[in-house]
Every structure is written in structure tokens, then in C-alpha cells.
Design a protein around this ligand. Structure first.
Ligand SMILES: NC(=O)c1ccc[n+]([C@@H]2O[C@H](COP(=O)([O-])OP(=O)(O)OC[C@H]3O[C@@H](n4cnc5c(N)ncnc54)[C@H](OP(=O)(O)O)[C@@H]3O)[C@@H](O)[C@H]2O)c1
Length: 326
């Protein structure tokens, strides 16, 4: 099968299209014929091995799994001996190990049936980004209807879902993005849009019950100034932190400070699982949220897809199309 593989950490130039052996599912796994795969900053981090602290997990000299990608959608091709809840032909989406390939393995607890009303390319945009947004708003911030929410990074993969999920939950949403994405963020349901190239997230007069930070390099005091006295800040991520530790410094400061303030200052490490995917399937099928696909690239142009993502300004999610009609 064709796959996008890399032998050493580095830029998008380290990615190659190669023929590799098609994997076989273990007892609790399914083999998925990948139709489309999501491209996000997480893929860039594994590709580059940055921040360096991720290397003990992903492989010291190069990525342990040479095939990139872990978001995807497609059809079950084969099932492991103990799999009873999926069968060949089922349309599924979720966490696929090595999704930049014609076939990828998935653990059954990490996938769910795709929503009936979207294409595979839309479904592939969902898993990591939407589950992250869902866990940030529901599990961490325990969002309630009527609350005011600020989403920083509102036009990106995570942010575009966060805005829609918060609106669907009855919140009043403000989004922070670059000026060119303002119309897009309004179309997702944000009533206020702040252009980060022209103004800061708050001048102290605007305060929010929940702040989701998905572009997280602002100083903690500034982020806290945007919170109501008992508000919740969820730090999702941000690029450009230290080469060794990324943005873990921010997370540590938040963990220390949250003990001494009435604010809830929370980090998040999202894990894609079946229950959240089923929640998202229901929200997509009811029309409450719609995956936003910024652009698509054929599998063989994975390098360009990642370069496009890193140049910035995607509106929603970048997707690799593996089966042309996906
Ligand atoms: N904690 C977790 O489990 C988890 C899970 C998934 C992702 N993440 C992390 O979360 C972050 C966001 O992921 P993503 O997939 O949404 O990335 P993305 O698609 O690249 O989106 C990033 C967004 O940030 C905006 N942005 C850039 N600079 C900004 C600034 N100074 N102020 C406000 N907004 C700014 C961009 O808007 P413009 O282009 O319009 O400027 C864009 O909308 C990444 O760091 C990723 O690694 C964490």
C-alpha cells in the first residue's frame, strides 16, 4: 500500500511516498481503508520531533511509527478476531494509527460510525480537533447555557469546532482570529470577533466565564484579565514555545497558580475515544455543528498540506484525500 513515511525527524522534506506492507489487525483492532485524513499541528510535532521532550514517547532518533497521521475516516476492511461491534464495509472515523496511508489500524474504542450527513473528507476533519474542543468546553470548563465564552484561535481546527459547540450549548461566543477570517468565524456563530493583529483579547472591560486558549502564547496575567472573578481558563495549546518543552511552562504556571486564585486554570490533553465521537456524531447529524474543511490535498501531496498548515491562517481543517471521491 502507499503511505507517507519518514525515517528521521525534520521538516516536511523528510516525508516520502512509499510502498509499505499493509498492516494486519490484532484481536481488538480493525483495518480501515482510509478515504481521508486530517492534518493538524499534532502531525507537525511528531514529524519534527518538537518540542524535544516528545522524543522519548515518539522515538529518540526518529518516529517509532514511520507512517504519519492519526486522524481519519474510511471503511472497515478487516476486523481482528475479538471485534464484534464493527464489520467490513462500515464507515468509521476517529483515531487511526498512521492515517496518511491507504490502510491504517484502529483500536475499536477509538473509532465510531461516521455521521450520516457528511462526506469522508468532512468526517476526517473531526476527530482530534472536535474532541479537543468538546473536552475543553464540557469536561474541563463545564459550560452552561447563557455563559460568555472567548475562543482564542477561533478560525483554526480546534477553534472552529469550539465556537460551534459553545453556540450549540447556548453560550454567547466571542472569537479571536486574524482579520481575514472574521467573516468565517461569524458564520460559525460568534457574535463578536476580535482581530489579534489589531487588538488584544481584552482591555479589562470585556470579561468571559470561559476562555479557551488554542493559540496560547499570551502571558497568564493577560488571559486572567479576560476572566470573570470565578471564570475558567482552559489552555489547549499554542505554537512557538521553547524547543525543549513547548508550552508546558504555561501549563505548570497555571497548575501552580490555580491553587491561589478563584479562577480555574486548567490544562488539557485530549484523548480521542468512542463516547465523545458518538456525541459529535449526534451534533453533526442534528446540524448543530458542521466540520469546516479549509482545503484538501491528495495523499501524495502531504508535504504541501503540512506546509500550508504551518504558513497559518487555515479556516477550519486541512484534509488529505486518499480516495478521490471521499
Ligand atoms: N491539548 C490538546 O490535547 C490539543 C489537541 C489538539 C491541538 N492542540 C494544540 O492546539 C493548538 C491549536 O490547534 P489547531 O489545530 O486549532 O491549530 P490551527 O488550525 O493551526 O489554528 C490556529 C489558530 O490560531 C490563530 N492564531 C494564530 N496566532 C494567533 C494569535 N496571536 N492570537 C489568536 N489567535 C491566533 C490562527 O488564526 P489566524 O490564522 O487567523 O491568525 C488559527 O485560527 C495547537 O498548538 C495544537 O498543537 C492541543
Amino acid at each position: 500500500m502507499k503511505a507517507i513515511v519518514q525515517d528521521v525527524y525534520g521538516s516536511a522534506d523528510t516525508l516520502h511516498v512509499r510502498d509499505v506492507v499493509r498492516p494486519s489487525p490484532a484481536e481488538g483492532e480493525v483495518l480501515v481503508r482510509v478515504h481521508a485524513a486530517g492534518v493538524g499541528p499534532d502531525v507537525w510535532h511528531v514529524m519534527t520531533g518538537l518540542p524535544l521532550m516528545v522524543r522519548p514517547v515518539f522515538g529518540l532518533r526518529g518516529p517509532r511509527n514511520p507512517v504519519r497521521g492519526w486522524d481519519g475516516a474510511g471503511r472497515v476492511e478487516a476486523v481482528g478476531a475479538k471485534v464484534t461491534d464493527f464489520e467490513p464495509g462500515d464507515a468509521v472515523y476517529g483515531r487511526l494509527d498512521g492515517s496518511f496511508a491507504e490502510y491504517a489500524l484502529a483500536k475499536t474504542e477509538r473509532i465510531a460510525p461516521t455521521p450520516q450527513n457528511v462526506t469522508f473528507r468532512q468526517a476526517a476533519a473531526v476527530p482530534v480537533s472536535a474532541v479537543t474542543a468538546l473536552q475543553a468546553l464540557h469536561t474541563k470548563a463545564r459550560l452552561r447555557a447563557g455563559q460568555k465564552v472567548l475562543v482564542i484561535g477561533a478560525s483554526g481546527g480546534v477553534g472552529s469546532f469550539a465556537v460551534q459547540l459553545a453556540v450549540a450549548h447556548g453560550a454567547e461566543v466571542a472569537g479571536v482570529c486574524g482579520g481575514r477570517a472574521a467573516k468565517f468565524v461569524r458564520s460559525l456563530g460568534a457574535t463578536t470577533v476580535l482581530d489579534h493583529t489589531r487588538q488584544e483579547i481584552t482591555d479589562g472591560s470585556r470579561r468571559y466565564d470561559v476562555v479557551l486558549d488554542a493559540a496560547g502564547n499570551r502571558p497568564l496575567p493577560l488571559l486572567r484579565r479576560a476572566l470573570t472573578p470565578r471564570g475558567t481558563l482552559v489552555h489547549i495549546g499554542g505554537e512557538g514555545g521553547s524547543r525543549w518543552f513547548g508550552d508546558t511552562g504555561t501549563q505548570l504556571r497555571m497548575a501552580l497558580m490555580t491553587r491561589f486564585t478563584r479562577h480555574d486554570l486548567l490544562g488539557l490533553f485530549a484523548v480521542v475515544g468512542r463516547a465523545d465521537l458518538l456525541t459529535l456524531t449526534a451534533l453533526i447529524e442534528s446540524g448543530d455543528i458542521t466540520p469546516a474543511v479549509d482545503s484538501t490535498y491528495p495523499l501524495t501531496e502531504a508535504r504541501d498540506a503540512i506546509r500550508h498548515l504551518k504558513r497559518g491562517h487555515p479556516r477550519g481543517k486541512v484534509v488529505l484525500v486518499v480516495v478521490p471521491e471521499a
